[in-house]
Design a protein around this ligand. Sequence first.
Ligand SMILES: [Zn+2]
Length: 323
Amino acid sequence: MTAVHDAAMAFLEEPEPPRGVPLNVLPGIRRVVAENPGVMTYHGTNTYLIDEPDGVTVIDPGPDSDKHVQDLLAAVAGRPIKRQVLTHTHGDHCGAVPALSEATGAPVYGYRYSAHPGLRPDFPLDDGSRVGGLTALHTPGHAADHLCYEYYAENGQKVLFSGDHVMPWSSSIVSPPDGDMLEYYRSLERLLARDDDVYLSAHGPLLAEPRKLVADLLAHRQYRERTIMAELARQDWSVAALAARLYHKADPFLQGAAQRNVLAHLLKLKAEGVAEEHAPEAEPPAETLALLKSLSGVDMESGGEIPSFYSDSMRRFGLRPAA
Ligand SMILES: [Zn+2]
């Protein structure tokens, strides 16, 4: 899952790709786009298939869909799937793991602390771990268990599988407590210091010259943070009211995602001693109730429902007085 689109950013778009069939990305690397398009997933989750000497490595098996698993099995055309590697454990990335495990017996690799209660990797990874030709980088922020993977393609290009941490089509949702804005900043800064040629994200097309977008994403969050501080300097705000002031999303998912991002910014400012949290508002504003109604029963983050969405919307923050 993913995204809060913002027109001010230089995001890439791509025409709707064919789904369910392998598409060439780089020599030795193909992707199969799952049939789960949406405002949070763009055209659908990309499942990458990497041809390695001993068989195929699958990055992010994708959503819980029998058809997608059948499409993956057809795409590898009899070559053995040797391993399933996860960027993180949101449902649109790992939902297909049980069915693909059953069909192939391929072991699962993911961060050593899975954020998904029902999913424990067979082989826990840490920052720097190697799996097949991949090297893991722990990049928390969008998700606490998020890993990017460095890989050298057959044509020599230095590739980073960037998961949902950096996507070419949209910024990422940072939804506390699993999402953490301070860590998200640090993980972006970490990518800025690297020299990858291309990013292959879990949603959207190949991203060339990726550091430009990373710098933009960071600058955009810093701008957003300054806007929030300016609003806090005028008055205290509840999460819902501040999100309504700063974002005007017609789509209820996106307005809900905006609330999660605003909360993440406020908690970062609190952790840095800039903001403080006050007693929550007694009841949420009417627009939050309307939002909840349209979101109820739906996984907002496709990793699962956010049980604290309602109470978080009433949390109230102000600037911490200078000592
Ligand atoms: Zn995600």
